[in-house]
Write a new protein. Structure first.
Ligand code: 0WD
Ligand code: CA
Length: 438
């Protein structure tokens, strides 16, 4: 059994005829017909400049893991590390097409927050920590937000809700976009598979296993880590998938490893493209506190040639001054601006219409728009499921009960999530990073 998934990295830069279109697309943001119709915009935020350095450094707190969980092969979530994998070095010349016909492929779905919300609920139930949370998001969404200043091709949309001072982000994927993702060309699908296959060649269910195929790819199976962190004054809980660990796992993120595949670098142009790609690699791992990224370089038809390990925190220095240079401070500064802008608009809007669902639309090189959804659009988000907006009803009820005055009076372990003003809270446990209330 192997938990393997889409190599977003590989899909980003394709070594095929599509490449030409992609180069063109760099000149022009993609007019994506599968994005939703125009919004009745209530506020907008202009696209940031990347030519000036960030006016001030925005601190990002070292992510502290709260809990981990596994999705089993029948896509059940359990609070165990059953799906966790150990790194083993892959055989060189490994065939990344191996086992393609046996790939058990999880269908594309909406980026619901349910798994992450169950994890947050479990953290509270255990009473091991009750973070004050301003934002709840999957890691992939936070990566898209932070890398926005350098994204010149792909737009995205989010659904946003605010309850008791906490903002929840869900990626909004229209039905048309979902279809597009589901119906990849055979070529594209194979490229996607190379990434999963690399993970199988690199991992095993025991730390002392010998090198070799780690088991057929089943993209239902995933191991996820949930961390708390802070960007500027905004406290964020982020969940994301982790590929494997080196040797051991003791609840910390310092042995975690991210696996990626990329085309072998044959010249300056390839090198520049790879350095641009490193921005996404960097933030993806940075956000969960994953300290190492192992890249498998492959041929166009899926032969593994070499691997190279990158220390996440050293990546920005590697690209500094290069042709496709990027500056993480610009991203963090944009991220802070983006989050505070959403928070202030959504909270003031919610005062007029409590329980609203909001839509945020990012257009490369243009900016971001925010709008409150109509009743009909809101129903589309609920999709006939047992939800309030995109939040599952059980979770909604849980936080409503937690923030009721009687729950507060009884000193229940389940505390309301509150938005706090800036400044570190008084840490009760001094071994924890400042800024988190336990
Ligand atoms: O199905 C969806 N549309 C989404 C699913 C959207 C957003 C999240 N999720 C799920 C993920 O599958 C996972 O269970 O939420 C959980 C956390 O995801 P994440 O860590 O926030 O996702 P991200 O950082 O975008 O990607 C991490 C890995 C990717 O690895 P690479 O090395 O390629 O970046 O998760 C995989 C992907 O392999 N992944 C997916 N696998 C299958 N279907 C998908 C997807 N749609 N999205 C990410
Ligand atoms: Ca990966």
């Amino acid at each position: 059994m192997s938990s393997r998934k889409r190599a977003l990295s590989d899909v980003d830069i394709l070594p095929d005829p599509k490449d030409k279109d992609q180069r063109l697309a760099h000149k022009q943001p993609r007019l994506d017909s599968s994005l939703s119709p125009p919004l009745h915009v209530s506020s907008s935020l202009p696209y940031p400049s990347t030519s000036q350095s960030a006016s001030r450094a925005i601190p990002f707190q070292r992510p502290l893991p709260l809990i981990s969980f596994s999705y089993t092969n029948d896509r059940k979530l359990e609070f165990s590390d059953a799906a966790m994998r150990y790194y083993v070095s892959p055989p060189l010349d490994a065939d990344l097409g191996h086992g393609y016909e046996r790939w058990i492929r999880r269908p594309e779905e909406r980026g619901r927050l349910d798994g992450l919300l169950r994890a947050i609920s479990e953290v509270r139930r255990r009473g091991t920590g009750d973070p004050v949370i301003n934002i709840v998001s999957w890691r992939g969404v936070m990566t898209k937000i932070l890398t926005g200043p350098y994204e010149d091709r792909d737009g995205w949309e989010l659904n946003v809700m605010a309850i008791s001072g906490t903002l929840y982000f869900e990626e909004f994927i229209s039905d048309a976009r979902l279809q597009e993702k589901e119906n990849l060309t055979p070529h594209h699908r194979m490229q996607t598979y190379y990434g999963y296959s690399f993970e199988s060649w690199c991992t095993a269910s025991r730390p002392d296993a010998s090198s070799g195929w780690g088991g057929d790819v089943d993209t239902n199976v995933q191991w996820c880590s949930v961390v708390k962190t802070k960007l500027g004054d905004t406290r964020i809980v982020i969940g994301g998938e982790v590929d494997c660990v080196r040797d051991r796992y003791d609840g910390r993120n310092d042995t975690m490893l991210e696996l990626k595949t990329s085309m072998t670098i044959r010249g300056d142009r390839d090198k520049a493209r790879f350095e641009k790609k490193l921005l996404k690699f960097y933030f993806q791992s940075f956000l969960l506190g994953v300290p190492e990224i192992l890249v498998g370089f492959r041929t166009p038809n899926g032969k593994l040639k070499t691997t190279e390990s990158f220390k996440t925190l050293e990546i920005p220095r590697m690209v500094r001054g290069k042709e496709n240079a990027w500056d993480p401070q610009i991203c963090l500064s944009w991220g802070e601006r983006f989050l505070t802008w959403i928070k202030s608009n959504v909270e003031s809007g919610n005062a007029a219409a409590p329980g609203s669902v909001w839509r945020v639309k990012f257009t490369p090189r243009v900016g971001v728009e925010l709008a409150s959804l109509s009743e009909e659009e809101r129903r589309e988000v609920e999709a006939g499921e047992d939800r309030i907006g995109f939040l599952p009803k059980w979770y909604y009820t849980e936080i409503q009960n937690a923030s009721s005055p009687s729950a507060q009076r009884s000193g229940s372990a389940v505390q309301p999530e509150q938005s706090r003003s800036s400044g570190p809270s008084t840490p009760i446990n001094r071994t924890l990073p400042a800024g988190w209330q336990i």
